[in-house]
Design a protein around this ligand. Sequence first.
Ligand code: ATP
Length: 445
Amino acid sequence: MAENTLMEKLVSLAKRRGFVFQSSEIYGGLGSVWDYGPLGVELKKNVKDRWWRAMVHARDDIEGLDAAILMHPRVWEASGHVAGFTDPLVDCKQCKNRFRADDKRIKGTPGQPDAQCPVCGSKGTLTEPRLFNLMFKTFMGPVEEQAAVVYLRPETAQGIYVNYQNVLNSSRQRVPFGIAQIGKAFRNEITPGNFIFRTREFEQMEMQFFVKPGTDMEWFERWREWRMEWHRSIGLTPTKLRWHAHGPGELAHYAKAAYDIEYEFPFGWQEIEGVHNRTDFDLGRHQEYSGKKLEYFDQAANERYLPYIVETSAGADRVTLTLMADAYREETVEGETRVVLGFDPGIAPIKAGVFPLVKKDGMAELADRIYHDLKRQFPVFYDDSGAIGRRYRRMDEAGTPFCITVDGDTQAGQTVTVRARDTMTQERVAIDQLAEYIGSRIRGS
Ligand code: ATP
């Protein structure tokens, strides 16, 4: 399938089936901001739940946190974001459009007479590059003045650093230990795009692991392995995942080592998660800017040190898009195209469709009862409209792994057919075994 076509198909399926809508669509939309519909919110929630389970519930050495989006403005001075979270931009004096200085469509050198605006085509109208900060600013309190400026956080990590001692003092943790957080982040991206891949409002799933200096590279390697394994565990095709090591020119100012987990999207290999060895940069800076000691005292060894931090940072929206792109397929079945989102059952937004074969002989009542019974445990969907084949297709497109049909034999034998999305094969299952049948396949995934 042509690359762009796949993205176009995904965007249209996402809207048609209620995964993702453009924000404020009836007003013409808001640039690179998206809303999640009924199926999308379930899918993204499953991504976040799986991450939380793997990072917090399944481990003894990580605690959860939910810090506020608004933070003291000094945090962003200490973190380096006020001075350094910038992109160089150029303006066209003619058409007033703004571009990243490294925009490949610009011919010539911005600021020089030979530079040509990629939109209006004028020559010599592009300004010299100027630095533009990507943080969204707002004001706290009733007065809009410089002293009241606060920022919408551009990453969740800083909320963890400033709470590191609170968590340490209120939990039973000792270094090495981690703090995990899922939350919104905001970046005034200049070249957003590719649907929900790069947006201006997004959710991050970040974990900061505090370790003794000297053990940091060991932990870094462990975390690399665990994070790659997680992406495989949610069903992503292993051959479409790879590592990208940051070379010396790419490495952020705070990092000693950094690797991205990349996925092969229809628009090329792109980062979905970063694993970084941030050294003691962050705690060192917060110690300096706040004037508060942030050292850790290791009682057993009777020594004091600033822990090093290994960070794992993934985007919930980006992983959601990855799952959709990875799961999308088209097949020809009996001369017709079948569109399938082949999600892992544990990740799928709806676990089962429940249908009466026809609306007579008590089948609808029985199907309704089964539906309500299962609904107490899983997200399930009742559908009694149209031919059974069409109902199957609708569930295939939503990525629902199982379809349960009440038919003429159900009443007598107390069994139903369960049709598997991927193989399209059916088997008869006893009604009282249904919850276990579905539950074991979701848990097993
Ligand atoms: P990129 O180079 O793609 O802008 P980055 O290196 O700035 O990303 P980080 O700051 O390391 O990204 O953020 C960690 C993760 O947060 C990324 O791997 C990605 O999944 C997610 N993320 C970052 N920026 C965005 C965005 N604008 N929209 C959606 N997700 C994002």
